[in-house]
Ligand binder design. Sequence first.
Ligand SMILES: Nc1nc2c(ncn2[C@@H]2O[C@H](COP(=O)(O)OP(=O)(O)OP(=O)(O)O)[C@@H](O)[C@H]2O)c(=O)[nH]1
Ligand SMILES: [Mg+2]
Length: 446
Amino acid sequence: MFESLSDRFDGIFARLRSRGRLDEAAVDEVLREIRVALLEADVNFLVVKSLVQRIKDRTVGIELSQSLTPAQQVIKIVHEELIGILGGEALRITYASKPPTVVLLAGLQGAGKTTAAGKLARWFKQQGRNPLLVGADLQRPAAVEQLRVLGGQVGVPVFSEPGNPVDVAANGLAEAERLGKDVLIVDTAGRLAIDAELMDQVRHISDKVHPHYTFLVIDAMIGQDAVATAEAFHQTLALDGVILTKLDGDARGGAALSVKEVVGRPIAFASIGEKLEDFDTFHPDRMASRILGMGDVLTLIEKAEQVYEKAEAEKAAAALMEGTFTLEDFLDQMQQIKKMGPLQNIVGMLPGIPKEMKQAQIEDRELARVEAIIHSMTLEERRKPELINGSRRLRIANGSGVTTSEVNLLLKQFKEMQRMMKGFGGMGLRKNKKGKKGGRVTLPSR
Ligand SMILES: Nc1nc2c(ncn2[C@@H]2O[C@H](COP(=O)(O)OP(=O)(O)OP(=O)(O)O)[C@@H](O)[C@H]2O)c(=O)[nH]1
Ligand SMILES: [Mg+2]
């Protein structure tokens, strides 16, 4: 997803960085390149126009910053404007005070509505909710069965019955109330194009169930058409947001970058594969970083800058990348890192960290325990954790009031972290993809 756009930005920024000073001509050239890259990625031309204008306005009066080079400042501006185009903040679902919270899904045929219904059900369950799925697509014979299979996979019941879709939706709502379900997800029939009859049907369903959230499901692969589709649906249904699917395809990404700006509604969720877990809330900031090919390193740099003494940040980052980070450094940094916010967020911002690693992270409330464990180690042990044998483990555990398995766990996690970080150093952080372009993360030079 966004690979070609991301490659283009990579080239543009590399050229930008190689310039010492940025005069007006240089900035104009960069802006021209950005414009072409966005248009080629199929971004709506009005969106491109306003985006480039905003970047231009902000780069004109660029001040010499103490901490960032002019090129880095431009990159930062592009990054921030891209986040804005993508919707700024991620959408937060608020739940109806009188349950169920009703979610209506609409969209063109094959957009991924039914799949998204299943994925959403799974997502709501993960949020601790208790959803009911409603199959109101009676158009296609197998549609309800497809939903039942998905419901079975995620452990969410599915309501449907023969008749007409409007009644099915209304009865589904009554059923949810009867069963005490707190979220109702209504899957509707697809349409090949904007067709009056089916549009009427989905509007009638909407009038019956009064959805709290009406999401249009859009296939990212349809490019520019996505925008026209979204506009048409928005006129009929007053959308609350968009669920963008098939972002795993070789879509040029234009849809994602245009919808918010043109329709004025955010991308609520993104689907990046056929599997049920390939789905999550859409994070404009993460997506912008991804497009710019930097993981979330930008954000990390920003945070580090705010809190750390800069020299210290550079030292820590270098140690992390080179894998020379010891338990002692870890303890040292912990105080600093604490100021940067939840540890989860920090590790989450590093590009390329596998899911398991993120889940296995040390939670904030465990920090105190980790500190106690490291405090109970000798200096030598902190520098060379491989020295810590069985009897040392027992001593450390006793000293810090934890079990030996907790000591083991910390050592294991630390070792894993060290291994991962070493991997980054070799692999290069600039690209989120293995084997693509080397190079270290560029920390702002003074
Ligand atoms: N690669 C990929 N495939 C997806 C994604 N979401 C859905 N699909 C696939 O797209 C196809 C259509 O998905 P459906 O969920 O049936 O689409 P629909 O909008 O319900 O279709 P109709 O009910 O016929 O209008 C299925 O083969 C899905 O597996 C995605 O994010 N990535
Ligand atoms: Mg369907």
